[in-house]
Design a protein around this ligand. Structure first.
Ligand code: SAJ
Length: 423
């Protein structure tokens, strides 16, 4: 049976391991975190992702998936480790280096190594290849190496991992073909062949495209405020053009990827990446804009209780990675507010997560940061009774302001000059 060793059991590595296991491979999932390995071996997933727990159970029950704290010998190694930003806004490749080094004791001739982690261009050639060659074999001749980035969106991973097109870029043609061959076992989208360095920049371009477009939406929000225009309505109408798809403004950009990845291009060519840098700056300034918006409606120097609804980086996920909510809470506390936090999905966060009722008790303003579906189902009359002042600031244009205003709420929506209240 064909064997695969997947290094890194995070939100990409685990679904990848599970998919290969359920597609007929013998898969060995590896993570340096012993507690993660122990819980996975018991069939327990360590993050929320629709369908993942069932798919994991199936893979374990058919004896197709095993977990280890160190790599084991396999025909294919897939590296799915994090590549965070360091303090100089460059890619920290420590995990890629350590994972590559960790397979040296077990790798043998004819192995295929696939890097899935998002990395700056030339990482396969300049970082991974020399490490693998320390095993005494030549990459290209003895070992194949390819870069095959993931493209899935959290919360829809198990669907997108199958249906999205993929890019496979090998260090040579044989590496590309071998990598494509194994992904074909479960990917229904087209698998496009290229070289490894092109594949590396393709991944960065995709996420940078999104970051720059969100920055444009955020810049439109700022301009529309100056001009007294409702940006949401303006974007809705502009998007009626057949070739225009403007993104949505908001409180900032979070997640593992979008706020990080554009810097991997900047580090390779700072001089020619000015648009990318400006876009990053615009998105990073959005939490400060939210602070200003709150300050326009609440006297923060009087230490009011302010409620944050939603600390996940995007709706309907429990993931708080680089969430703009964290910056906004810090800014509000710095300005004097006493912040209470609610999120229906997040269990662990750097601030205590309260029950809904507790989070609004004595509060002078709710600020909606993450538009979880849950917030459209809350009991508005209970909320209006519990609050000290009936005010809500919606940074995602998500609430039905009319319903809230009928209960006496003053509703402020980022990017909309109209203030909804009973008057
Ligand atoms: N956001 C906005 N306005 C928008 C869209 C998003 O403010 O119009 C914000 C979100 O609220 C969130 C952040 O941007 O804070 C990022 O969310 P996202 O939905 O854009 O992206 P991620 O991080 O969940 O997933 C992205 C996806 N990449 C692209 O859409 C190009 C996903 O396909 C990638 O696999 C993933 O990054 C990754 O791992 O690289």
């Amino acid at each position: 049976m064909r064997t695969i060793c997947v290094l890194g059991m995070g939100y990409i590595g685990l679904p990848t391991a599970v998919m290969f296991a359920n597609a007929g491979f013998e898969v060995h999932g590896v993570d340096v975190k012993e507690d993660v390995i122990a819980s996975l071996a018991r069939g327990k997933v360590h993050f929320e992702e629709p369908g993942l727990a069932d798919a994991l159970t199936k893979a374990i029950n058919t004896s197709a998936l095993f977990f280890h704290s160190k790599p084991v010998a396999a025909e294919t190694y897939i590296l799915c480790v994090p590549t965070p930003l360091n303090s100089e806004k460059r890619a920290n490749l420590d995990y890629v280096v350590k994972a590559s080094e960790s397979i040296i004791p077990v790798i043998s001739k004819n192995a295929l190594v696939i890097l899935e982690s998002t990395v700056p261009p030339r990482t396969c050639l300049d970082v991974v290849k020399p490490i693998l060659e320390r095993a005494g074999m030549k990459v290209g001749t003895d070992i194949s190496l390819a870069f095959c980035p993931e493209r899935v969106i959290p919360n829809n991973i198990l669907i997108e991992i199958v249906e999205n097109d993929r890019i496979c870029g090998g260090i040579d043609e044989i590496s590309t073909k071998r990598a494509k061959d194994i992904y074909k076992s479960f990917v229904k989208g087209d698998i496009h062949e290229t070289d490894c360095t092109t594949a590396e920049i393709v991944k960065l371009m995709e996420n940078t495209f999104r970051d720059v477009n969100i920055a444009l939406a955020n810049e439109f929000e700022i301009i529309c405020e100056t001009l007294g225009i409702n940006v949401w309505e303006a974007i809705r109408l502009a998007n009626k053009h057949p070739r225009v798809t403007i993104h949505q403004p908001g409180p900032g950009v979070g997640g593992h990827c979008i706020p990080v990845v554009p810097w991997f291009i900047v580090e390779k060519d700072e001089t020619n990446s000015k648009l990318i840098q400006v876009a990053r700056g615009i998105n990073d300034k959005m939490p400060g804009r939210i602070l200003k918006l709150v300050g326009d409606h609440v006297d923060l120097s009087k230490n009011p209780v302010i409620t944050i609804w939603g600390v996940a980086f995007k709706p309907n996920t429990d993931d708080t990675s680089l969430s703009p909510a964290t910056d906004i809470i810090k800014l509000l506390e710095g300005a004097g507010a006493v912040v209470k936090v609610h999120d229906p999905l997040v269990k662990a966060y750097i601030y205590p997560i309260m029950a809904l009722e507790e989070s609004i008790d004595g509060s002078e303003c709710i600020i909606i940061i993450t538009n979880h579906d849950y917030y459209t189902t809350v009991d508005l009359s209970m909320i209006s009774r519990k609050m000290k002042k009936r005010q809500v600031i919606d940074t995602r244009n998500t609430i039905k302001a009319k319903d809230w205003s009928l209960l006496g709420f003053k509703c402020v929506i980022l990017g909309n000059p109209v203030i909804y209240d009973r008057g």
